[in-house]
Design a protein around this ligand. Structure first.
Ligand code: F6P
Length: 255
């Protein structure tokens, strides 16, 4: 006889926690791929998690993307965050201005009375350009702040969708996919085991900074992202995953 899988949201949360060794998993109903309401709820759930995690003096590094934008536009706090900073986790990653990390950081700061810094540096730099630009005191100061972030909040995307959205040249896209990239997060591409394929010098958060951060929060939903979410969870540095029902089911199939 067929076994009916009737998972409630809290069962899905428990299964995600267990499977990926997370401190917390939050699952909202529905599928963000097809439901605007599910996507809004995902953003709202993400904003609640971030509100609870922020403590006095924390620097929060945020990534861009449409999901992060939904989170930011619903973020609110009971009293102003006068001694917090929001910074972009990475430089320009070829996202349109509405959902660049810089934009998300400034919106979060404006909504909460916190301060923010911008990083106006393209993300993919040659080694020479990187060395030169890092000698600029203004850049250095922001980069040091980004790398000291106690909290990192990020989206997750499908590797080929993100490579295209960033308009990487066809050769690079092919190379990344040939190396088995399934997922993208923090500007890095990951294969199914959660290993990083394709890394470059970046004037932003590096893998070691993500490992050192105390609280890493991933926010991503939609059935089409399930496999990508599983890959990034295998990378293993997220503490909290905020997702939706469809992505959770799919991620668990690939776990
Ligand atoms: O480019 C920023 C970023 O957070 C990526 O790291 C991630 O893959 C993507 O955006 C997610 O975008 P969206 O929420 O629009 O699917």
């Amino acid at each position: 006889p067929m076994v009916r899988e009737l998972f409630g949201l809290s069962d899905l949360e428990a299964a995600l926690r267990k499977r990926f060794g997370l401190k917390q998993a939050v699952v909202v109903p529905g599928d963000s791929d097809v439901s605007e309401e599910a996507k809004r709820e995902l953003g709202r759930a993400g904003s609640k998690v971030l509100r609870r995690v922020i403590g006095p003096g924390d620097v929060v590094a945020v990534m861009g993307g449409t999901t992060m934008a939904r989170m930011a536009s619903q973020f609110s706090v009971p009293s102003p965050l006068r001694d917090n900073w929001f910074v972009p986790a990475r430089g320009g990653l070829g996202e349109s201005v509405d959902y660049q990390a810089n934009t998300i950081a400034s919106e979060l700061a404006k909504r909460t009375g916190a301060r923010y810094r911008m990083l106006h540096v393209p993300d993919h730099l040659s080694e020479d350009a990187y060395q030169t630009i890092m000698q600029e005191p203004n850049v250095r100061e922001v980069v040091d702040m980004i790398r000291s972030a106690r909290i990192v909040v990020h989206g997750i995307g499908d590797a080929s969708a993100m490579a295209r959205r960033r308009k990487l040249d066809a050769g690079t896209v092919q190379e990344i996919l040939r190396d088995g990239a399934l997922a993208e997060a923090f500007g890095y591409y990951f294969d199914r085991e959660g290993a990083v394929v394709h890394r470059m010098a970046t004037a932003g958060l590096r893998l070691e900074d993500i490992e050192a951060a105390e609280s890493v929060i991933g926010i991503a939903g939609g059935r089409s992202k399930g496999e990508a979410i599983a890959a990034v969870m295998r990378f293993g540095h997220d503490d909290v995953l905020v997702t939706d029902e469809a992505a959770a089911e799919e991620a668990l199939k690939h776990a």
